[in-house]
Ligand binder design. Sequence first.
Ligand code: FAD
Ligand code: SF4
Ligand code: SF4
Ligand code: SF4
Length: 402
Amino acid sequence: MIELASPKSCTACQACVNVCPKHSISMNPDKEGFLQPVINREMCIECGTCQRKCPALNDLRFTPKEQRAYAMISNQDRTLSSSGGAFSVFSRMILNQGGIVFGATLDKNLQCRHIGIEDVSDLFRLRGAKYVQSDVGSTFLEVKKNLLKNRKVLFSGTPCQVAGLYSYLGKRYDDLLVTLDLICHGVPNQQTFNSYLNKLASAKHKKVTDFQFRKMDSWSIIPSVKYNNGKWERLDLWENAYMDAFFKGITFRESCFNCKYCNLNRQGTFTIADFWGVGGGAQPFKKNVAQGVSLVIDNQGKISDYIDEISQLAYIEERPLSEAVEKQHNLKLPMQRCPERDFAIRLMLDDDVSLFEFAKQCGLPHKKTIKHFFVRTVKNMIDRLGLYNLYKTVSYKMGKTS
Ligand SMILES: Cc1cc2nc3c(=O)[nH]c(=O)nc-3n(C[C@H](O)[C@H](O)[C@H](O)COP(=O)(O)OP(=O)(O)OC[C@H]3O[C@@H](n4cnc5c(N)ncnc54)[C@H](O)[C@@H]3O)c2cc1C
Ligand code: SF4
Ligand code: SF4
Ligand code: SF4
């Protein structure tokens, strides 16, 4: 009988769903809310294609060659992006050539899913990291359809999604397809995020209408929420428990703890990330870092094919690969599984548990202390006086990179 990857190793990349000739695989949430593939045995003809294409059941397809690291700062999109705007630089390049770009959006119901865009004016829908697993749906089929029409395509996603796409396609299509794989810390699921938003709304007696995981005009991870009064509010202490849990890794998918992509054996044409630690080694980095710098790793020796277009859209500088790896834990190892991981997910999904109680029971920041009050007051003052970027530059030079 055909068996797919176990819930421990399945990444929900959906290569199996997209490849099944009988459309007999669907993705259903398990009891923790993580999407898992389920075969409809009545429709299945046991052809075995899903097993052969599953990246979790097979060795990685490609090995990188001539890997080099670059620091990149977009001319137009830096202050609208998570770090230096590398995603937008590559996207503009593809869109300017009449291509299509696939990436993750947070839709109007705050559900994270992959979509395709065909115009630069829609780039805002994909910009910004969403720290929740994106549902790729049928985007692999859409990618293939466009490639077969000889159209340029960019696909951006977590490394397991990029590996899933290549498995599904069966070849690289390097002349038409550019893939960007993110350095990836791990992913919580949509149900956990929904529960968090519900807890937040009920504690504040307001409706949540929008959410931002990061501050976009710097590379700091300061999430904020928009309520139905139209105001954005910065999240702090127990209100920020979702992101605190994310950094602690206590709400991640099981596959993230034994992820085969947390290393330099990258599948994407390029790897993109925040360039934490740029200029920290022997080679100084002369640009201001306060508003964010992207790391780009060229995994296939392809950057020379695009360098003219990139140079018009961004500042780009080659950096030592060792500098790129130095501060990126997830280029060396997957996140370690914490003993409280199952408990934390159960608690977040329990409607009777308040957000404050969740933060407290999971050992996350929840109570005002004198130290917290002092730090918060100084940060608010820095913000109000417009000195944020100066503060970031100084703290970065002192070795504090987040
Ligand atoms: C779950 C997750 C974990 C990450 N972990 C790290 C890390 O450990 N270290 C690090 O340096 N960087 C990490 N990143 C990447 C980082 O947050 C930035 O997204 C990246 O540096 C790109 O920044 P940018 O300025 O080019 O563009 P942005 O405009 O911010 O680009 C965002 C890009 O990320 C894609 N994206 C956003 N959310 C998701 C999602 N949920 N699933 C798939 N794709 C998504 C979008 O499609 C778009 O292509 C992570 C991102 C995600 C989504
Ligand atoms: S192809 Fe992807 S979604 Fe399907 S079983 Fe394998 S890892 Fe899971
Ligand atoms: S064995 Fe073939 S028909 Fe059955 S689920 Fe897998 S791909 Fe679909
Ligand atoms: S940590 Fe690995 S398995 Fe988890 S989402 Fe990221 S790439 Fe996929």
